[in-house]
Design a protein around this ligand. Structure first.
Ligand SMILES: O=C(O)C(=O)Cc1ccccc1
Length: 303
């Protein structure tokens, strides 16, 4: 049976995302995001579900760092979840709670709500939202900010539901596998890569120009420091399109010529189904026709 590791424990938003992507039967929790990657790398799981970015806090840095730190994995699917929180407490905890714990991305998304409703509670960082719920059960914290589904997993009292500072907060999650057959292009795809840019004038601009010239629309750009090499960065690019399409393949080849450190992180359908923007001359047929023209020139058939 295909087993899918998710960033747990049970009751995280990532579990909800993994259910949407792969069904509920074959999932198992691991404690950290790097452990989810390692489960696939070691063969303990065939896939892993991890959060990658949210609309309030931005990138999930543990996911970006895990994508470059070991053997390559690729994203084959994604899901976008609207994020609203519940706040859970133990029935014998102080009222109001003196401490409230959660994943840092969750705390960032309920800062105003906590300021208004639990202004005295000390905010503590937990490994995940559900990890915070476990901490409340164990008496480590008084309250936890969690995914609504966590209330089904842990014997805790619901203090509040539907909590969110921003009404349309969303998080995007990825399903990762070892490199292999890629998902078919759909016309509404996303490609992800990570590139090491040299520390010299214009090197990032040069990488971006390769995409812009080919009419490729960027959907995300994040920088992460290269550990142990102060002042150097890797750049994570997400852009519209699939590596099976000539403009994307052409751009990847150009990036590869500019930087020997390019890692392909996957081409897969977008969860929001938004079709790729196609500039005039950047379609598959345009590339095929242009290649045929060059071929004819080479053969001396055209001038
Ligand atoms: O901790 C969780 O439940 C996660 O899956 C990570 C996360 C945290 C906050 C919002 C969305 C995802």
């Amino acid at each position: 049976m295909v087993r899918i590791a998710f960033f747990g424990p049970e009751g995280t938003f990532t579990e909800q995302a993994a259910r949407n992507l792969a069904g509920a039967d074959r999932l198992f929790p691991v404690e950290t995001i790097p452990a989810a990657f390692d489960a696939v790398r070691s063969g303990a799981a065939e896939g892993a579900c991890v959060p990658v970015e949210n609309s309030v806090e931005g990138p999930v840095t543990a996911t970006l760092d895990s994508a470059v730190d070991g053997d390559p994995l690729v994203a084959v699917a994604e899901v976008l979840l609207p994020i609203r929180f519940s706040v859970l407490t133990r029935s014998d905890a102080p009222d109001p709670p003196r401490t409230v714990a959660s994943h840092p991305h969750a705390l960032a998304q309920v800062r105003d709500w906590l300021g208004e409703h639990l202004p005295e509670a000390q905010q503590l960082v937990a490994s995940s939202t559900a990890g915070a719920a476990v901490g409340v059960v164990d008496g480590e914290y008084d309250a936890a900010v969690v995914a609504p589904v966590a209330a089904e997993h842990y014997p805790l009292r619901v203090l509040a539901t539907d909590v969110a500072d921003l009404a349309d907060a969303r998080t995007r999650f990825l399903l990762l596998r070892k490199p292999g057959e890629l998902p078919e292009p759909t016309g509404a795809d996303r490609t992800s890569i990570v590139v090491a840019a040299a520390n010299r004038t214009g090197s990032l601009a040069g990488l971006l120009a390769e995409l812009a010239m080919r009419g490729i629309n960027l959907t995300r750009l994040d920088a992460r420091p290269v550990k142990g090499d102060y002042g150097t960065y890797r750049f994570f690019f997400d852009f519209e399109g699939h590596v099976a399409e000539p403009r994307i393949a052409d751009a990847l080849a150009a990036l590869r010529r500019r930087s020997t450190h390019v890692r392909f992180l996957g081409s897969h359908p977008r969860a929001d189904g938004v079709a790729a923007t196609l500039e005039a001359g950047a379609g598959n047929d345009d590339f095929t026709a242009a290649d045929s023209w060059v071929e004819a020139v080479r053969k001396g058939e055209l001038a």
